[in-house]
Design a protein around this ligand. Structure first.
Ligand SMILES: O=C(O)CCC(=O)C(=O)O
Ligand SMILES: [Fe+2]
Length: 274
């Protein structure tokens, strides 16, 4: 992987415009496609913030924990847009999801959640700025919080919002980036990336591991091009339309906060959602 280590990015919580501009320049190759598969910003989220996030996640808001429909051992707070779109839960999604993010943020004050840090970095960095994705005037929540215990994994998949929710915002988008921040040190749980995008749902279905319900059959895909083992506080951004997976967590918990970035073009604002 090119540019997988940014030693210029320190643990300083102050946002430095020069460093953010660097993030913008580094994101562009991922967006236009090619052999750069990810941008990694080491230590973006400082140690004390990682601890505060985990304490907030574990304290008092755990009634909102639920497993993913397709991966029950993967616990998360709130649910992604594609899941709500699939089961008629969009009204609740728009009405409720922000509340949970604020509950985590309130529990962490005055420390920012990592989603807020990324949002700020992107707004500072990107020429046209970054703002929450709005669908019919309704702002999406940004920053889903997850925890994977030992033995948990995520199969090979891609995140194709245009397949899950056919609104103009997704149908006309240039790409869909994923952002992740990892607030804990864990063993196993590597993020695997492939350069391939499968643009046809029928072809994707044909390569699926029938037992899984969402993931591709590893034997039919071949080895990943890049395997990333994120450290505590590292941020990773990649094109989520390309195939990716998470290896089994050997020693967790593997916490993460993640979201998506709808990219309309290099000169358009970035739209954040989860
Ligand atoms: O947890 C990770 O490292 C990646 C999870 C994932 O597939 C995603 O955020 O799209
Ligand atoms: Fe994904």
């Amino acid at each position: 992987m090119h540019g997988n280590d940014d030693s210029n990015v320190s643990n300083d919580v102050n946002i430095d415009r020069k460093r953010c501009g660097n993030v913008s320049a580094r994101l562009q190759p991922i967006i236009v496609g090619g052999d750069v598969l990810a941008v990694m910003i080491r230590g973006l989220y400082p140690e004390f913030a990682c601890e505060a996030f985990i304490a907030a996640f574990e304290g008092g808001i755990t009634d909102k924990f639920r497993g993913y429909a397709v991966e029950p051992q993967l616990a998360r707070i709130e649910r992604p847009l594609y899941e709500a779109a699939a089961d008629g839960g969009l009204a609740a999604y728009f009405a409720e999801a922000h509340r949970t993010n604020w509950a985590i943020q309130r529990a962490m004050y005055p420390i920012m959640t990592s989603a807020t840090v990324i949002w700020t970095v992107l707004d500072n960095a990107w020429p046209a700025g970054a703002l929450l994705l709005r669908i019919d005037g309704r702002p999406c929540p940004f920053g889903i919080s997850r925890k994977v215990d030992d033995g948990g994994e995520t199969g090979i998949h891609s995140d194709m919002p245009n397949w899950d929710y056919a609104v103009e915002e997704f149908l006309s988008a240039r790409t869909n980036l994923s952002f992740l921040v990892y607030p804990s040190q864990f063993e196993g749980g590597e993020l695997e990336l492939w350069p391939d995008t499968i643009n046809q749902p029928a072809i994707f279905k044909g390569l699926m591991d029938k037992a899984s319900g969402y993931a591709l059959d590893r034997k039919r895909v071949g080895p990943p091009a890049v395997t990333i083992h994120p450290g505590k506080g590292d941020a990773v951004l990649f094109d989520a339309r390309r195939l990716h997976a998470v290896r089994e967590v050997r020693k967790g918990p593997r916490y993460s906060q993640s979201g998506f970035i709808n990219v309309r073009g290099l000169h358009e604002p970035l739209s954040l959602y989860h």
